[in-house]
Design a protein around this ligand. Structure first.
Ligand SMILES: [Zn+2]
Length: 494
């Protein structure tokens, strides 16, 4: 297939004034770019897709995402992370059938695709180590056409040991908080899953939920599997201020990064999510190890966690990618919105008069995210040999009238409404702004059915958590007032 007449937006070309270049796709990959692509297409009689008047970019990569709470969007606001988790963590809900998990996964994948996302890194929680739930998710990903880097999220320590000051709460409150688990069943499930024949567009990673949520035994197992199977390790680290407080109160070196390092986990296969409340020397440690961080600017603000120091990360040599995070902690799977937030943060960390914030955001959403997923040779660029994962934007919209800088107008002005066509692995999955693989009826009716299915759990959690909330919020206030050397509620260099 030849994408003919479009303007290519990628870092190999002028991002402000993207050139007109044709792209030839074959067997799921980009095989040629420019005049050579046109000539080969004419010679072999390739199918032509007219993308004149459109911008062709590498498919956006949502490098931190959870499909398990797609049903909870719009339910929460102004809840700090630790309180929000009590309402949204999948373990708080009854087991869903494989069909229900498939539906939930499809709802999330659809939103991503319609917003021009071609790859998601899904940190998926499975309730009760139930392999049927995993099958449901895998089936939905197969049908959707999206590319997925799947990491089953797991942890085994009791919640009271994972959050600063929760062990100081009254015994009656602590008894109602999720307790420690035996991780052996989920470890077996993960080992079986990654050894199974691989389905198309599925790539595996490992997902220890957070360093403080995992026992030493579990982290040793993660380090071993990561090395043996060459898998990326995705883990939430320093998302909230309370996590930095916990590190100082409960860990020998006062550092979660040093804790991970003790298991040999600080290396290029490590991708931390958030990394907001990190100290400068810990960023240098990650940079020296060529590790990665995924910034999730909207979820960080929505869950009251502040700003990740993204410019300092880049200067320390840490690869920076971009994500949207949870459906109920953002609440949109929209990388244009994430890019805009990222660019605005980047600008505020920069010196006045500097330029390049929009380019930095675009790089994070494409090549930065690709590298953080261990896929920098496969996705994120429009180069021969790369996967044919593309997002096509309609330039015949108010946002682009006139075009002064394509990259800035995309990052600051695009909302997702301009997404016209999305191609993954050489196959069209969104055409003229419509999904090809799921009907609106399936998604609309399914969402209503699933809402009914979880309604009792939602009501029970509202009732039970109302009793816990005063103690949880009191612990949050204790964390907020604990002295720390950095203030990530401030959007300025420190
Ligand atoms: Zn997350």
């Amino acid at each position: 297939m030849l994408l003919a007449g479009g303007r290519l937006l990628d870092i190999d070309h002028d991002l402000h004034h993207p050139p007109h270049r044709d792209l030839l796709l074959e067997n799921g990959r980009i095989v040629e770019v420019g005049d050579a692509a046109t000539a080969i297409a004419n010679r072999i009689g390739a199918i032509k897709l007219d993308v004149s008047g459109k911008l062709v970019l590498p498919g956006l990569i949502n490098a931190h995402y959870h499909s398990h709470d797609t049903m909870l969007r719009g339910m929460f606001e102004q809840l700090p992370l630790d309180a929000w988790m009590l309402y949204s963590a999948p373990g708080q809900f009854a087991k869903l059938s494989a069909d229900s998990v498939a539906l939930r996964t499809a709802l999330g994948a659809s939103e991503n695709l319609l917003n021009g996302v071609t790859t998601v890194q899904d940190m998926l929680s499975i309730v009760g180590d139930d392999s049927r739930q995993l099958i449901g998710a895998l089936n939905a990903y197969k049908s959707s056409g999206i590319r997925t880097v799947l990491a089953i999220q797991a942890s085994d320590r009791s919640a009271c040991d994972c959050v600063a000051f929760w062990n100081h709460m009254p015994e009656t409150t602590k008894r109602m908080i999720p307790q420690a688990l035996d991780p052996s069943a989920i470890m077996r499930l993960i080992e079986t899953a990654i050894a199974a024949p691989k389905q198309d567009r599925l790539h595996w990673g490992l997902g220890p939920s957070a360093p403080q949520r995992c026992s030493d035994e579990f982290l040793r197992w993660v380090a071993r599997i990561s090395q043996e199977a060459d898998l990326q390790v995705f883990t939430h680290t320093y998302e909230s201020r309370s996590q930095a407080v916990l590190a100082r109160m409960g860990y020998a070196d006062g550092s979660l990064i040093e804790h991970l390092n003790g298991f040999g986990l600080v290396n290029p296969r490590l991708t931390i999510a958030h990394g907001v409340w990190i100290a400068n020397e810990e960023m240098r440690q990650l940079g020296a190890a060529k590790a990665n961080v995924i910034c999730n600017p909207t979820s960080n603000l929505k869950l009251l966690n502040g700003f990740a120091p993204i410019v300092a990360y880049a200067e320390a040599g840490v690869n920076v990618g971009l994500g949207c995070d949870n459906c109920s902690g953002n609440d949109a799977q929209n990388m244009f919105e994430s890019m805009k937030m990222f660019a605005l943060m980047w600008a505020n960390y920069s010196k006045a008069g500097e330029t390049g914030a929009a380019v930095a955001a675009f790089r994070a959403a494409t090549i930065g995210s690709a590298k953080a997923l261990g896929m920098s040779e496969e996705i994120g660029l429009l180069r021969p040999g790369y996967r044919a994962d593309l997002t096509v934007i309609d330039l015949d919209r108010p946002t682009y009238r006139p075009i002064n800088s394509a990259i800035r107008q995309l990052v600051y002005g695009e909302t997702g409404r301009g997404v016209h066509t999305v191609i993954v692995d050489g196959k069209i999955v969104v055409q003229d702004g419509k999904l090809k693989n799921f009907s609106d009826e399936y998604l609309r009716n399914g969402a209503e059915r699933l809402k009914t299915e979880i309604a009792d759990d939602v009501m029970r959690l509202q009732r039970e958590n109302a009793k816990l909330l005063p103690d949880i919020l009191a612990a949050h206030e204790q964390s907020i007032s604990f002295p720390l050397p950095m203030d990530r509620f401030l959007l300025r260099r420190q």
